[in-house]
Design a protein around this ligand. Structure first.
Ligand code: TRP
Length: 460
């Protein structure tokens, strides 16, 4: 099977790893992972999360790369091409279509939160965190949420930043962006870690993250861990598939995926340990604050420690970089499709799709203020509804389909041809996991995501 056409391939070896890690490392790692760890009791939750990365995340990520690289095309055309080759029903192209749509939806609300980090980076640089208390910090955050014009401005800027990178192209835009942003992100993270070791309650934080009692393992926590392992690796919507199309054929898929998964996990763990070290060092605040951990609790810590102005700024600039390298991967599948299918220039393709996503995101901006009373899906406001549809339904559904398609439909020779395994053992282990374990685990995620809502509706 020949690739569809002469296709761009990233020349530098590390580029795919940087791009995929850039997609994976995002608000999920720095904002969500620490707070769900805090809410679910620390160590036991972390262990569950690591298990899910290994059993569900890694096999599915391999499958996505394999599909994208085999067809050397965007997710929609890649799935169509592979279906034809495998003699499978065209219905499987749902993977590509749903993926592009899920990317637009996720970008629409993700960039609203990413926008907050722009405001917070400025606030940190401005010294606005100095002397914050729990109440004044909450007031600062509430002030932002109430100001729809300000939020709209940051949401628009973040979408514009995303469009700018994609418009520059696969090599000059995507590849060169991740080649400077990711190393900078790692440097900033190391600065934070160094300061946390030196000045924070580092040992208390380590103990919180890594020691656990078996009775802390709850079924609910396990399910949250499972869902998060999926989101944090950017799986289920073709983002990794789209990047896979640019990965050199000589690169080992197995090794690459393990490196990306380890880097993604390391960033989440290090960010978590540093954040909790700062939080434990500040009297009067606690790690279990939920979504407010990054925007309410942490600024209090920054505002009351020695080098708080510098460290707070370093932190929020790092979060901006992490979110930016993720948003570009959310839009890339659609941009590549419009470009490869209709020959639309990437400038127009990214402007068009970015604008659509910006528009869908307006509701999310207003759901924190003017529309906060409006209900869309079963008692959820607009923001939560979008998040629910994309994260709880579309991503797991895409994941199941990807696992089933590569596990059952693709012929062995396609897979063997493309996976440069070091041993046949990896292949023998990977295929059955993909056929049975991954789909079942993802179905559990899907069920868990939908069932509580269904039950609430039925009970009503
Ligand atoms: N992985 C990113 C995070 O942890 C978010 C993300 C980027 C994503 N691209 C994605 C999630 C594609 C799912 C699918 O923040």
């Amino acid at each position: 099977m020949k690739p569809l056409k002469q296709h761009t391939i990233w020349g530098l070896r590390g580029s795919f790893i940087l791009a995929a890690t850039g997609s994976a490392v995002g608000l999920g790692n720095i904002w969500k992972f620490p707070y769900i760890t805090g809410e679910n009791g620390g160590g036991a939750f972390v262990l569950m999360y690591l298990l899910c990365i290994a059993l569900v995340g890694i096999p599915i990520m391999m499958a996505e790369i394999l599909m994208g690289r085999r067809a050397r095309a965007n997710p929609i055309m890649a799935t169509a091409e592979l279906c034809e080759h495998a003699g499978a029903s065209k219905g499987w192209t749902t993977i590509g279509w749903m993926g592009v749509l899920a990317g637009l939806l996720i970008l629409s609300f993700y960039s609203v939160i990413a926008g907050w980090t722009l405001e917070y980076a400025l606030a940190a640089l401005d010294g606005k965190f100095a002397g914050l208390t729990g109440e004044t910090s909450q007031a600062l955050f509430d002030g932002l949420l109430a100001d729809s014009d300000l939020m709209l401005q940051w949401h628009s800027l973040f979408i514009a930043m995303t469009i700018a990178v994609l418009a520059l192209g696969v090599t000059r835009g995507l590849e060169s962006a991740v080649r400077w942003m990711m190393p900078l992100l790692f440097v900033l993270l190391l600065i934070l870690l160094g300061y946390a070791i030196k000045e924070g309650e580092f040992v208390t934080s380590l103990r919180f993250m890594f020691s656990f009692k078996l009775e802390d393992l709850s079924w609910e926590g396990a399910q949250i861990a499972m869902g998060h392992s999926f989101f944090t690796l950017s799986l289920g919507m073709g983002a990794i598939m789209a990047y896979g199309a640019y990965m050199p054929s000589s690169q080992s898929v197995g090794k690459t995926v393990v490196i990306v998964a380890i880097l993604d996990t390391l960033v989440a763990l290090v960010a978590g340990v540093a954040i909790f070290a700062f939080v434990f060092a500040t009297p009067g605040i606690s790690p279990g604050a939920g979504p407010g951990l990054m925007f309410v609790t942490l600024p209090v810590a920054f505002g009351n420690m020695g080098a708080g102005l510098v460290i707070g700024s370093v932190f929020f600039v790092m979060v901006i970089l992490a979110a930016w390298t993720s948003t570009i991967s959310l839009l890339e599948p659609g941009v590549a499709y419009l470009n490869e299918r209709f020959g639309l220039h990437r400038i127009f393709a990214s402007l068009l799709l970015g604008t659509i996503s910006w528009f869908i995101g307006l509701g999310s901006v207003y759901s924190f203020n003017d529309w906060s009373e409006l209900q869309f899906l079963w008692g959820k406001n607009y923001f939560d509804s979008m998040d629910f549809i994309a994260t709880n339904i579309m991503l797991p559904l895409g994941g199941v389909l990807i696992a089933l398609f590569t596990g059952w439909k693709l012929r062995d020779e396609i897979i063997l041809h493309d996976l440069k395994f070091e041993s046949a053992l990896v292949f023998r282990l990977w295929r059955p996991v993909l056929k049975f374990i991954s789909p079942i685990a993802v179905l559990v995620i899907l069920y868990n995501g939908i069932f509580p809502v269904l039950r609430a509706v039925l009970v009503e």
